[in-house]
Design a protein around this ligand. Sequence first.
Ligand SMILES: Cc1ncc(COP(=O)(O)O)c(C=O)c1O
Length: 452
Amino acid sequence: MQFIVDQQVEDIEMPENLKLNTFLKEFHSDCPHTECSFGLYGFAFGQSPFPVPKIVQEALIKNVGKGAYAAVPGIPELRNAISRYNKHYFGMDIAPERIYVGPGTKELIFNLLEILHGTVILPTPAWLGYLPQIRLLKKNYHMLPARANQKISPTDLKKLSLRLQDRQKILILNNPHNPTGLLHDRLELEEIADVCREQNIIVISDEIYAQTTYDFSKFVSMGKIYPEGTFVTNGLSKSHAAGGYRLGYVIFPHHATDLKRQFKKILATVYTAVSTPIQHAAIAGFEISKEMDEYFDVTRNIHQIMGEYTYHALSAIEGIKTTKPDATFYLLADFNAFATELQKVNINTSQKLSEALIVHPYHTAIVGGDSLVLERTDFSARIAYVDYDGAKVYQNYLDNKPKLSSERIEFVKNNAPKVVAGIEMICRFFKDIRKESWNNSQTQKNSMVTSS
Ligand SMILES: Cc1ncc(COP(=O)(O)O)c(C=O)c1O
């Protein structure tokens, strides 16, 4: 029996984050060199390293017996808690009826793209999750490349929008941003919102990293700036280190009653509701409490310390430019200054660069440019600085909070030795590339001299 798969499914590729596992297995075979028994330096996985907050774990255990189906948009206690959470942390008054809970924001973004008519505007670089969804839904889309500052330019947004024929357009805004770690501030969001109002652009504002903003007072939700046209998504995955719980939520614009009805139909048709015990556990994560407040505070401070170190250490390497993260646990490193040297040793694409870095003696995993919706030949990469034991580091931070800059550097050296060593490996790799490419050109020159 031969099974025929629909063409649009054939056409999409495995999402890059899942491809990464296969790639690492394929290229990082167990190394015979004893000094390489550490495995690899993991800058590739975008996962919070901390334990799920204790009060969330306890709530899950307590509610494990709740086997009944939940209401489609989520249980009322959870929608109420999310409403209070948004008021407390983001200063937004959101009626619980505007909040729909789903199995992760990835699914909710997919469902939104499914029901909203319009051409999608995808700013790049971008999180690797959006594009396969847009392709699967066969939606029209256009990229909006960032300017040199790696942010969305309102002027470029307007220019692009004027070229599009659609009555309605959908901008995917990811703030704070994966992979650059940058935050669009209030003023920048206001300028984007002005264009969106004028051009009838709806915004899906993916704010999954909001709580990780290092100077939290700087975070402003697009839901506050452009409430009439923004769908805000957020959830447990990054702020609560609970990606595996699969729980996210979307806030609808206040007048979107009919749209909510359509959305509910889709949810009911596709997955009914999020697991009931998980919803009860999530209440503990969204209720305002001393425990959660401390958790957000400690985890964002540790991300900041690791980010500062990674930024300074990478930018100290001649030729490497990186974004200076305001949030998240990522930065974007630009290796394009090495393009000529890389090409000389047959590394012509970002995929090839990732492969060259994962093999002996470097054993360093990064996410290369084409996985970030950049050109295949763009030698930029996302560096996730989370390769450490989150539970231990959390406790060490509480025991002795590093304040001075020298103490913060010491903290990284003591608590995240693989981050430190991985950056040294990247440095060594590019030194070797320079040497090898120079040797290659010398050999070429010599052979030209002997043959002439
Ligand atoms: C920008 C961004 N949005 C959404 C997600 C997925 O979130 P969820 O686990 O809620 O589906 C991720 C996860 O890596 C992400 O980086």
